[in-house]
Design a protein around this ligand. Structure first.
Ligand SMILES: [Zn+2]
Ligand SMILES: [Zn+2]
Length: 299
């Protein structure tokens, strides 16, 4: 029991870090210069994470101490272009990233479909979605994330797609055609992908499309015991995030070895494979972190 007590020592708790998730679509006149200035700001504040800047806006997720994250938010709010961002925040005992990447990119979210976020569908708020999920049978939720994200958590009865990259979304339009006449609501982690995904659906003739405002993060903050089952996949070292306030932990996935309910994603130890798969703690030890396809080739 000694080490359980150790986990709760105040010393460790004082190392609490904050993780930010945010985006803003806005015309950036000189994205190369903004990227350089932004990197300098993040380095000064000792932030780690992944921030993409393009002529269409900014897409970031980063971690830092509470004070530094507050200073960063303040700097962005005072910025002529990047002000008024709705930040999504969570806590973590350490940095959620190993390094800092601030990069100039052609798009803040890669779709390569000539789709602009300014043609996005209108928002539906978490409250409105909750109300409609209780009474609107013509509503259909479409998950715009990758298959490994939807595997460990998704909205009940949502349509999910077998894709590994968001840029593959245009290829899946034929599969989605059957929902054209429905009241479509798209969702993703924090909303950034839906700005383009909902515009893509509209361009393909979907008449009634809305996008979930603030994504799963905002919905689960307001309705931790609502229609979202399982955990949230996040693109940082946490991999999986649960929401405070959930009365019970639900699972939508199982350990690929023993079948126990689990939302633990690990990536295969094999240097070439690196496939993400669901694996419980005990099976991770038994298989030394290798996926089923590579387990037998280990020495
Ligand atoms: Zn297992
Ligand atoms: Zn493997």
């Amino acid at each position: 029991m000694a080490h359980i007590g150790f986990l709760w020592t105040p010393m460790l708790q004082s190392y609490q870090m904050r993780v930010l998730l945010y985006y803003k679509y806005i015309t950036v006149p000189d994205p190369a210069a903004e990227t350089e200035q932004h990197r300098a700001l993040c380095e000064k504040l000792d932030l780690k994470g992944r921030i993409l800047i393009s002529s269409e806006g900014i897409n970031g997720t980063c971690s830092g101490t509470e004070d530094n994250i507050e200073a960063y938010k303040k700097a962005l709010n005072a910025h002529p272009i990047f002000c008024d961002i709705a930040f999504k925040e969570s806590d973590h005992p350490t940095h959620a990233f190993k390094k800092l990447f601030v990069r100039l990119r052609p798009e803040v979210v890669t779709l390569r479909a000539g789709i602009e976020a300014k043609n996005a569908a209108p928002y539906i708020s978490p409250e409105q979605l909750q109300a409609e999920l209780e009474r609107n049978e013509n509503l259909v939720l479409i998950d715009m994330r990758n298959d490994y994200e939807a595997e460990i958590g998704r909205f009940r009865n949502a349509v999910t797609l077998p894709m590994k990259n968001f840029r593959d979304l245009p290829e899946h339009m034929p599969e989605l055609k059957q929902y054209e006449g429905r009241n479509v609501v798209t969702y993703c982690t924090g909303g950034i992908r839906c700005e383009k995904a909902s515009a893509l659906l509209k361009a393909h003739g979907f008449a009634d499309v809305r996008q979930l405002e603030g994504g799963i993060v905002r919905y689960c903050e307001e309705f931790p015991n609502g229609y979202y089952d399982g955990s949230l996949f996040v693109f940082d070292e946490r991999r999986t995030m649960r929401f405070p306030g959930a009365r019970k932990v639900t699972y939508t996935s199982q350990c690929s070895y023993c079948g126990v309910a689990s939302d633990r994603h690990i990536d295969c130890t094999d240097d070439i494979c690196h496939t993400l798969f669901v694996c419980c703690e005990s099976c991770e030890k038994t298989c030394s972190g290798y996926c089923k396809a590579h387990q037998n080739v280990t020495v």
